[in-house]
Design a protein around this ligand. Structure first.
Ligand SMILES: Cc1cc2nc3c(=O)[nH]c(=O)nc-3n(C[C@H](O)[C@H](O)[C@H](O)COP(=O)(O)OP(=O)(O)OC[C@H]3O[C@@H](n4cnc5c(N)ncnc54)[C@H](O)[C@@H]3O)c2cc1C
Length: 479
């Protein structure tokens, strides 16, 4: 049976980023992926001149290490910057249709979107005592600091529209880590924002937002393209067991996968599980039923993305932002709409617009069951009312995600800690996926750094312990 140093199971962005970090440190890494496609959820499609995204449409980055990593991987030359014309505007659906949301505190205080009482709450947030966002929902946290109106008009649409989650159940510290950290450090979010601004720190407001010229698909493709990485597609892992490494006599893992060419098996020193929580639960159940139970309890939100292409002249609404979000008390059935061809150049043919609508999530999970025609009718009805589009789309494509995004619900932090503690008992086992440590591409890239560092340290320690001949012979074996 072949013997490997590192096997990554799952070629989503979490798995590939970890593989790439290790490869850049000189380790040989093998990746086993169940599908034929690399990138997991991330997939870009070019059809009839429209470039659509199946999942992530953009990276919003404020972490220097992530920026440096992308640069080191040679991705800088592929980056497509967000169009400047869309940077200073955000829309929410209000009583009078689409309403521009002020981004700065003084403008927020002048704006007609919020009542006088709400503006007073913005000012007095400075004096609200610290709470415990680790044990609060997003709704409790935001209501405590800013009041109900701000929750309903601004934060609920954000959590529903971008995370497909429900703020009444989503854990505040896990879902809004930056805001809860500001409260913890400065005693007030407003004070924290102002102090960070004075110190010139990058925040979510002035983060670098970008995609890639050929779409997000470039990211996994480039990450996988390294001489130390070998990717095997169509390898669906069906079991794993702790096992002695025959050559080194150290503990490792035996991993088995179904492939089109029969079953494949390997023993491996370091094993990275970059698969959804339910798959990890299934694989780990024979080993540790408590760990499997914790993993299987992680819920996922279902979500469909309905991409539509229109002639620009059919759209009355000026496309001067990246799109809009819809609050839950509104009649519209979509959660939000992304104006991808406005955010990034070359996403649609000349004089056409690509508008991607999000249907379902935890706000309306039954919507993901709607058939294609009903989904398109609902989207077109909402777009007609909100954006004054009176024609049928000339292009439609629907991406369906029965398990779109993990929900950081309830005692998310306690559960994550328990999972991590249990995994620590198994030498050479690492979990690295979007159900722990953040769902965004930024967070996935950032987390992969920590996993790669841990693996690098373990491999180094082993190299140190073993006679040179044994160590050298175990390197360079790839299946
Ligand atoms: C609709 C939507 C829009 C989004 N928009 C954004 C956005 O704009 N910006 C942003 O930052 N993030 C966004 N996200 C989030 C982001 O895209 C995901 O969190 C991220 O891509 C998940 O990566 P992952 O590697 O953790 O998981 P996945 O991409 O799910 O990868 C897991 C991989 O494991 C493989 N696998 C499963 N079982 C096995 C097995 N038994 N053996 C081998 N392989 C297996 C799967 O085939 C898959 O390739 C969005 C997500 C969705 C769904």
């Amino acid at each position: 049976m072949p013997q490997l140093d590192v096997l990554v199971i799952g070629a989503g962005i979490s798995g590939l980023a970890t593989a790439r970090k290790l490869a850049m440190q000189g380790h040989r890494v093998t990746v086993w992926e169940a599908q034929q496609h690399l990138g997991g959820k991330i997939q870009s499609r070019q059809q009839q001149g429209y470039l659509t995204e199946q999942a992530a449409s953009m990276v919003v980055n404020y972490i220097p290490a992530v920026r440096d990593f992308l640069h080191q991987c040679g991705l800088s030359k592929h980056i497509r910057e967000r169009q400047v014309s869309t940077c200073s505007n955000r829309y929410l659906v209000g009583k009078q249709g689409l309403q521009s949301v002020p981004l700065r505190i003084p403008a927020l205080l002048k704006d007609s979107m919020f009542s006088r009482q709400q503006k007073w709450r913005f000012l007095t947030e400075l004096f609200v005592p610290r709470g415990h966002p680790e044990s609060e929902s997003v709704s409790q946290f935001i209501e405590r600091r800013f009041g109900r109106e701000f929750l309903d008009l601004a934060m609920e649409p954000f959590v529903s529209g971008t995370l497909a989650s429900n703020p009444d159940y989503a854990n505040a510290a896990a879902t809004l880590p930056r805001l809860s950290q500001l409260e913890k450090r400065f005693g007030s979010i407003t004070a924290g924002v102002l102090i960070s601004k004075l110190l010139g720190r990058t925040s979510a407001m002035n983060a670098h937002t970008f995609s890639f010229k050929q779409g997000m698909q470039t990211l996994p493709q480039v990450l996988a393209d390294h001489p130390n990485i070998t990717c095997h597609r169509g390898y669906r892992v069906n079991s794993l067991n702790p096992s002695k490494m025959p050559k080194t006599n150290t503990m490792g893992w035996q991993v088995n996968a179904d492939t089109d060419h029969g079953e494949r098996s390997v023993t491996v020193q370091q094993l990275v599980l970059s698969v959804p929580a339910n798959v990890a639960a299934q694989l780990l159940k024979p080993l540790n039923s408590s760990l499997a139970k914790l993993l299987s309890e992680i819920q996922y939100a279902p979500l469909n993305v309905v991409h539509t292409g229109f002639a620009q002249q059919a759209i009355k609404q000026p496309l001067d932002a990246s799109g809009f979000l819809v609050p839950r008390n509104n009649q519209a059935k979509i959660n939000g709409n992304l104006w991808l061809s406005s955010a990034f150049a070359k996403r649609a043919p000349t004089n056409k617009a690509l508008l991607s609508s999000y249907l379902g999530g935890m706000r309306r999970p039954e919507a993901v069951e709607w058939d294609d025609q009903h989904s398109i009718d609902v989207v077109c009805d909402d777009l007609q009312k909100l954006m004054g589009i009176n024609s049928t789309p000339e292009f439609v494509h629907i991406d369906r995600h029965p398990q779109a995004l993990p929900l950081y619900y309830g005692d998310y932090l306690g559960r994550s800690r328990a999972i991590i503690d249990m995994v620590r008992n198994y030498s050479g086992l690492h979990l690295q996926a979007n159900y722990i440590g953040g769902i965004s591409v930024r967070d996935r890239l950032n987390q992969s750094h920590q996993t790669a560092q841990a693996i690098h340290a373990e491999l180094q320690a082993r190299t140190f312990r073993l006679p040179t001949s044994v160590t050298t012979s175990s390197y360079g074996v790839n299946v």
